[in-house]
Write a protein that binds this ligand. Structure first.
Ligand code: IDP
Ligand code: MG
Length: 168
C-alpha cells in the first residue's frame, strides 16, 4: 500500500450512454483525488500502444475499434488520473470484473457493461491494473503539465516552432 496514481478512461459507450456523471459519482466513493482530467479523441496509434499487451487476442481488432470510437460512431473518451492510498485496487474494485457478466452488479461494469454479439466486453471504463502499468498508461495519455501533481520525473525541453490551432 501507499499513495499511488491510476488511470481511468471512460470509454465511448460510457460517454454515449451519458454515464459520465454516474461513473464519476461512483469513483468519488473512493475518496481519491482527481489530479488530471481531459476529454480526447483516441487515435489508432494511442489505442495500439495502450492495448499492446492484448495484440495477440482474438478480440484485439474489435477492441481497437471500441476504444477509438469507430464501434459506436463517437470517438470521445474521458481520461482521468486518480491519486491516493491504494488507488489502483480501490478503483478496480468499484470498476468491477473485466467481464461485465461476472462483475458484481453494483460495480460500474456490473451495472453498465454488456457483452456484444462479437464477444467483446463493452464495459464502460478502463482502470490501470498495477503500479507499473499505471505509470506507463498515464505517461502515454497525459503530458506532465496536464497533471496537477509532480507524479513522475519530468524534464524541460525547448520546443521548436510548431503549428497549432487558435481561435479565429
Ligand atoms: P481490464 O480492462 O479489466 O484491465 P484487460 O485484460 O486489460 O482488462 O482487457 C482490456 C479490455 O479488453 C477489457 O476492458 C475489455 O473491454 C476487453 N476484453 C478483455 N478480455 C476480453 C475477453 O476475453 N473477451 C472480450 N473482450 C475482452
Ligand atoms: Mg488492463
Amino acid at each position: 500500500m501507499g499513495k499511488e496514481a491510476t488511470l481511468v478512461i471512460i470509454k465511448p459507450d460510457g460517454l454515449i450512454k451519458s454515464l459520465t456523471g454516474n461513473i464519476l459519482s461512483r469513483l468519488s466513493e473512493t475518496k481519491l483525488k482527481i489530479i488530471g482530467a481531459k476529454l480526447i479523441k483516441v487515435s489508432p496509434d494511442l489505442a495500439q500502444k495502450h492495448y499492446r499487451h492484448l495484440a495477440d487476442k482474438p478480440f484485439y481488432e474489435e477492441l481497437i475499434k471500441y476504444i477509438t470510437g469507430t464501434l459506436h460512431g463517437d470517438d470521445r473518451v474521458m481520461a482521468l488520473v486518480y491519486w491516493g492510498e491504494d488507488a489502483i485496487q480501490k478503483v478496480r474494485a468499484i470498476a468491477g470484473a473485466t467481464n461485465p457478466e461476472e462483475a458484481t452488479p453494483t460495480s460500474i461494469r456490473g451495472a453498465y457493461g454488456r457483452i456484444l454479439t462479437s464477444g467483446l466486453f463493452e464495459n464502460a471504463v478502463h482502470a490501470s491494473s498495477s503500479i507499473d502499468e499505471a505509470q506507463r498508461e498515464i505517461q502515454l495519455w497525459f503530458e506532465p503539465q496536464e497533471i496537477v501533481y509532480p507524479l513522475y520525473p519530468a524534464k524541460e525541453i525547448e520546443v521548436p516552432a510548431t503549428r497549432k490551432y487558435v481561435w479565429a
